[in-house]
Design a protein around this ligand. Sequence first.
Ligand code: CTP
Length: 440
Amino acid sequence: MTPSDRGKVVLGVTGCIGAYKAPDLVRELRRRGFRVQVILTRAAREFVSPLALATVSGEPVLERLFDDGSGRGDDDAAGGVRHISLTDETDVFLVAPATAHAIARLALGLADDFLTTFHLAQRAPLLIAPAMNTNMLRHPATRANLETLAARGAEVIAPGVGELACGWLGPGRLPDIGVLADAAEAALRRGRAQSDLEGRRVLVAAGPTREPIDPVRYLSNHSSGRMGAALAAVARDRGAAVTLVLGPGSVPPPGGVRVIPVGTAREMRDAVVRRAPGADALVMAAAVADFRPERAAGEKLKTGSFRGAPGGAAAGASVLRLVGNPDILAELGGRRAAEPGWGPVVLAGFAAETTDPAPEAIRKLERKRCDLIVGNRVGPGRVFGEDRTEAVLVERAGADGSAPTVTPRPPETKRDLADAILDVVARRLAAAPDPGGNAS
Ligand code: CTP
């Protein structure tokens, strides 16, 4: 394992089936360079072994305040009280999985075991990853408790959706280990890092759209939403309030951002256009389907219904009539140009090309009237779904009509590219005159 010097995560593990993933989470946090101290509740012990957690974390697990007959309580640190001394070492406090009962105890401020006494004493960012049956999650009591914790500044990590241990389908799963580790890492970085987007509202559209043919078929593309998710996460880490309009079938959204799920291009257009006036910066990272079937059939189309369609289809050929979708970025750029003061100060988009992206990115910058186009190569095995990319940034110069600046980027992770894009966004926002007419 890597030497652990990036900070200490205190991981509270509470008693539900998701607790069996805790050793993997500890390993992932340590792989990323964090020290990890595990606190286990009594119920969690039923699902995961303290010995396994002590082994992977390299630290004895903290479980009990008092001697329960085993010799001593975990709170009797040499010369001190452990639930207090641990607070000085803690950079992030992550409770994962968090049961409905644990959430209620934290919301109430109870202090009847190691986890809850430590919770009241510590001052680090608190992250909660609820994991439970869908109805328990939706119960007004649980929702109110989560809102209470969020109002006090805790970050609630959205539960995963899928099949639950109880056999139900719905929200309530413990999110993937990577999502939890990302959230802890982001919270740690937030505590320490630059905050050049503090107070800014950033709107990101990401992922593919799906255009229904009938209730079971659709037209779409290979976009994973990974680039947009990276942009949302980095903007959040840099202090922005982020809204992510997200197409279907995409990577899980990062925690700490507002997610607006959409399906079709027209739904995405409505969601983006409605929120655009309130955004300081808008990045269209979505792969919007350019066409949709002229009509989505109400019932599943039978294979035979495609054959011999009017319009001169050759015998045996299938015909699906398509119409164009709205170009969201072009609409926003056009409206902003027509109504000065309307819309985001910085408008950015992407150009996904299978050939050299720079010339097309320059053309799209003009045609869609935006401030920045990120050109990248797509195609089989490239960019879509990958974590690495190679892009070119094409940025509008001043209002004097001079040629745009073209900055090729080295091969890099999507997270690093997101940082570079947001460097441009932050610089342009800082240089823009504020509504009162003064440069901010
Ligand atoms: N875009 C959009 N609405 C569409 C199509 C694209 O807002 N209906 C946005 C994308 O999110 C991206 C930019 O426009 O930021 C360029 O998308 P791209 O697919 O590369 O270009 P298109 O405009 O679709 O042009 P073409 O397919 O001819 O390359």
